[in-house]
Design a protein around this ligand. Structure first.
Ligand code: IMP
Ligand code: MG
Length: 174
């Protein structure tokens, strides 16, 4: 059985969309500083590209979470593997994620971060799979809404591989 990646969104399409989101965030937060919170590892490529295109002052922090219980669907209860270095109090926080799928992880994480008292809290995701939503999550900035397919690239992995692809693709087995 061979494995190949079919392109869903080209590098150019992704770049142009990130540029547009960067401009939108720069307008929305005019006169303020934004604090980008990256959810590792998937959100890292998107956050770096996005940060370069934001023209208001930017600070960044990183966290890593893992969902309790195995299996392919997340339970929603998450464990902090690496916490943020800085407090969030008084900051205009934007959580930057690779993808919102069932919404379980994000819904739990956003509640947890809200308790830390940020001035504002928004969610920015490169990809959204709305058909898969189980828990309601308010997404403030979405790169692309995509169909229910397992995608890789731009930070997203299949068995820890393909994160480095500069485009979004679907793994096909033939
Ligand atoms: P959920 O929204 O709690 O179901 O989980 C979202 C997480 O599942 C994401 O942050 C990804 O790590 C992972 N995930 C969901 N869909 C995909 C996919 O299509 N490709 C790769 N990872 C995915
Ligand atoms: Mg993720």
């Amino acid at each position: 059985m061979s494995e190949r990646v079919e392109v869903m969104l080209t590098e150019k399409e992704v770049d142009e969309r990130i540029q547009a989101i960067g401009e939108q965030i720069s307008r929305d937060y005019a006169g303020r500083q934004v604090h980008l919170v990256c959810v590792l590892k998937g959100g890292s490529f998107f956050m770096c590209e996005l940060a370069k295109r934001i023209t208001v002052p930017v600070s960044m922090d990183f966290m890593s979470v893992s969902s309790y219980g195995g299996g392919t669907s997340s339970s929603g209860v998450i464990r902090i593997v690496k916490d943020l270095d800085e407090p969030l109090a008084g900051k205009n926080v934007i959580v930057v994620e690779d993808i919102v799928d069932s919404g379980r992880t994000l819904s739990y994480l956003l509640k947890m971060l809200k308790d830390r008292g940020p001035a504002s809290l928004a969610l920015c995701t490169l990809l959204d799979k709305p058909d898969r939503r189980v828990v309601d999550v308010k997404v403030d900035y979405t790169g692309f809404s995509i169909p229910d397919e397992f995608v890789v690239g731009y930070g997203l992995d299949y068995d820890q591989r393909y994160r480095n692809l500069p485009y979004i693709g679907v793994v096909r087995f033939d």
